[in-house]
Design a protein around this ligand. Structure first.
Ligand SMILES: C[S@@+](CC[C@H](N)C(=O)[O-])C[C@H]1O[C@@H](n2cnc3c(N)ncnc32)[C@H](O)[C@@H]1O
Length: 376
C-alpha cells in the first residue's frame, strides 16, 4: 500500500525538508507553497514520523473532493470511510485552512466535515462519533482552494517539533525544527566538531548531537503520542521494528560537540535539556563570554542564535555588536564555518564578512536570517 502524504512547513524549509524526505525513502517528492507532498510505503510513513528533523506535521491525504458549495462538500465528504479509519469513541478535531481563492468560509467547511463524519458513522456503524475535540488524537484537516477540498488526517497528533526534551524557562528558545533546519542548511552531517557559543537552553546543540549519533529525533515520544497509533490500520509490529532499527542505527560519537553561554543559569538549563534528551555526556558545556572564546578544534561548524531585543531583555544589538562578532570569527575561528541566526531587520552586512549562504526563516512570527560564513 502506498500512502499519499504531505508535510506543511514554512516556505523557506520546503527544499530542505524535501531532501530529508527523499533520503528516508519517500517517493514522488515535490514541493508547493508551504508544503512538501510525497508518497510512502507503510514503513516509510513510520520512518517519517520518527526520523524527519524538519517536519512539524505529517498528514495522510484521504481524498480530494469538489467543493463548489457546502452541500457538495457534505455530499462528497460523507463518502470517505472514517468508520474504517478510526473508532467512534475517539475525540476528533477538525481544522480547515484555505488558499486565497476560497468563497466558502472555513468554519462552514469545518461544520460540513463534522456533519459528514457523523453521517458516515451513523450510516455504516449506527453510532454517533465522539463530538469532543478536547485533546483529540484524531485530527481531520481540510485544505480548500480553487473549489476543491483536500481532506486529510493528521498522523502526527502533537507537533513533531516537540521532541520531549525541552526545559521551560529560557526567554527565547528556538523551535527544535528550526534549529535542525539551521544545521541542515549548514550541511552538518555530524562528522566534524560543532560549537554553539550562545547556547541558551541548548536546542541547537542537542539537535546537533542527535545528528552526530544518528539518533531519530522522535524516538523518545511516549506510546500513543502519534496520531497514527490511534488508527485502525496501525501496524504495531512494523512500528516496533522501525523503532528497533532506528535504535540499532545510532552510532558512537565520532567528533566533539561544545556549548557555552555567558549566563551560568542558561548553561545549567542546556545541561538539563541534554540530560532529558539522554545526550548530556556527549556535549562539553562551559560558561563563557562569546567574545573571549577560542575555537575548540582546528575546524568545525559554529552556529550562534544571537540575542535580540524582541523576547530577551538584552543590551542593544547594533552594527557595532555585529562588527565585533565578525572580527571574532575572523580572528579566532579560522578554518571554521560560522553561522549566525539573527532577526532579518538587523544590519547584518555590518559583520563585514562575505556570506556563503543566506536563508530567511520565521522564528515564531519574527523574520530571522541565517547567514553562513566560511572563515579562511
Ligand atoms: C536567542 S538566545 C539563544 C537561544 C537558544 N538558541 C535556545 O534555543 O534556547 C541568545 C543567548 O545568547 C546568550 N548571550 C548573550 N550574550 C552573550 C555573550 N556575549 N556570550 C555568550 N552568550 C551570550 C544569552 O544568554 C542567550 O542565552
Amino acid at each position: 500500500m502506498i500512502y499519499k502524504l504531505f508535510s506543511p512547513c514554512a516556505n523557506e524549509l520546503t527544499d530542505l525538508l524535501a531532501k530529508e524526505i527523499a533520503a528516508i525513502g519517500g517517493t514522488n517528492v515535490h514541493t508547493a507553497y508551504c508544503v512538501v507532498y510525497f508518497d510512502a510505503t507503510e514503513e516509510v510513513v513510520y520512518k517519517a514520523h520518527l526520523q524527519l528533523r524538519l517536519a512539524g506535521r505529517i498528514c495522510r491525504v484521504l481524498k480530494e473532493i469538489p467543493a463548489q458549495s457546502p452541500r457538495i462538500i457534505f455530499d462528497k465528504a460523507r463518502r470517505i470511510r472514517y468508520d474504517q479509519l478510526f473508532s467512534s469513541d475517539l475525540p476528533i478535531s477538525i481544522n480547515v485552512s484555505s488558499g486565497n481563492s476560497g468563497k466558502i468560509e472555513n468554519h462552514l467547511i469545518g461544520s460540513k466535515l463534522r456533519e459528514a463524519i457523523n453521517d458516515c458513522f451513523e450510516h455504516h456503524k449506527n453510532v454517533k462519533p465522539n463530538q469532543s475535540s478536547y485533546k483529540a488524537p484524531i485530527g481531520i484537516n481540510g485544505y480548500y482552494s480553487k473549489n476543491r477540498l483536500m481532506v486529510s488526517i493528521d498522523t502526527s497528533n502533537e507537533s513533531l517539533h516537540r521532541r520531549g526534551y525541552r526545559v521551560e524557562g529560557h526567554p527565547a528558545p528556538l523551535k527544535e525544527t528550526l534549529a535542525a533546519a539551521c544545521l541542515a542548511a549548514c550541511e552538518y552531517d555530524g562528522t566534524i566538531p560543532f560549537y554553539d557559543p550562545m547556547c541558551g537552553s541548548g536546542t541547537i546543540v542537542v539537535e546537533a548531537a542527535q545528528v552526530a549519533i544518528n539518533r531519530a529525533p522522535l524516538i523518545h515520544r511516549k506510546k500513543d503520542g502519534f496520531g497514527f497509533e490511534h488508527l485502525n490500520d496501525f501496524n504495531t509490529k512494523l512500528w516496533q521494528s522501525v523503532k528497533d532499527k532506528a535504535r540499532r542505527e545510532e552510532r558512537p560519537l565520532q567528533t566533539t560537540i561544545h556549548a557555552s553561554d555567558i549566563e551560568p543559569e542558561f548553561v545549567k538549563m542546556a545541561r538539563e535539556t541534554a540530560a532529558n534528551a539522554r545526550l548530556e555526556p556527549t556535549i562539553n558545556f562551559s560558561t563563557q563570554d562569546f567574545f573571549k572564546t577560542e575555537k575548540p578544534e582546528e575546524r568545525g561548524l559554529l552556529i550562534a542564535n544571537i540575542p535580540y531585543g524582541i523576547r530577551m531583555d538584552e543590551k542593544s544589538i547594533d552594527s557595532e555588536y555585529l562588527i565585533e562578532i565578525g572580527e571574532h570569527f575572523k580572528n579566532r575561528f579560522k578554518n571554521w564555518r560560522c553561522a549566525i541566526l539573527a532577526p532579518s531587520e538587523l544590519p547584518l552586512k555590518s559583520i563585514r564578512l562575505k556570506p556563503g549562504k543566506k536563508i530567511n526563516f520565521l522564528n515564531g512570527t519574527v523574520p530571522v536570517t541565517l547567514v553562513v560564513f566560511d572563515i579562511f
